[in-house]
Ligand binder design. Structure first.
Ligand SMILES: [Zn+2]
Ligand SMILES: [Zn+2]
Length: 187
């Protein structure tokens, strides 16, 4: 027979060869299995700080292996902690930006408005005026445009709700008054 003369079975016999092959395949599967478990343990620790959740997810993969890994990938938190932190930073920056502007004075609206809006985009309430000369946004109580020094025409009939209809002293004062004497009327 050729057995034992030309080819010798690794391990000495077909049974031992089968055992060696089974050991190699088993070690290969074991390495894949452990890799999946280690990968899961690392992955879940980046996604949650809850030790119980980390343990449960790792155990799912440890017990069920690749089907468990598929289940884990469906059930895991979609964002890592770092991604969630960045997301939180972005949204808080957005909230700060919105808080820097104001709210519409219309109590039934309350829409968030920017610092340079002329009208509320939601209810159409006039918030500010634009300078007739330079088109820049003026606050409602400004009498003179701070950028181009154009006198802002005061609209009379609009302020009926508050008592600002008192005649301002500037209206009767001579226009040639010295600069130091002239105060901007502030209501
Ligand atoms: Zn509004
Ligand atoms: Zn102006």
């Amino acid at each position: 027979m050729l057995d034992g003369t030309l080819i010798s079975w690794p391990g000495g016999s077909p049974e031992n060869t089968g055992l060696i092959v089974a050991l190699i395949v088993g070690a290969y599967v074991l390495i894949l299995w452990l890799s999946a478990v280690v990968w899961t343990a690392r992955d879940i620790s980046q996604r949650t700080r809850e030790p119980i959740a980390q343990l449960v997810c790792t155990l799912i993969v440890l017990v069920f292996n690749f089907p468990g890994l598929a289940v884990y990938r469906v059930l895991r938190p979609p964002l890592t902690l770092q991604e969630a932190e960045e997301h939180e930073l972005e949204s808080s920056a957005l909230r700060r930006e919105l808080a820097r502007s104001g709210e519409c004075p219309n109590p039934r609206c309350g829409c968030l408005i920017g610092p340079d809006y002329l009208v509320c985009p939601s209810c159409g309430l006039a918030l500010r005026r634009a300078c007739a000369a330079c088109d820049r946004v003026l606050d409602s109580d400004w009498a003179i445009c701070p950028w181009c020094a154009t006198v802002v025409p005061q609209s009379g009939g609009s302020a009926s709700a508050n008592g600002s209809g008192v005649p301002s002293p500037a209206a009767t004062a001579p226009t040639a008054a010295p600069e130091a004497e002239r105060g901007v009327p502030h209501g």
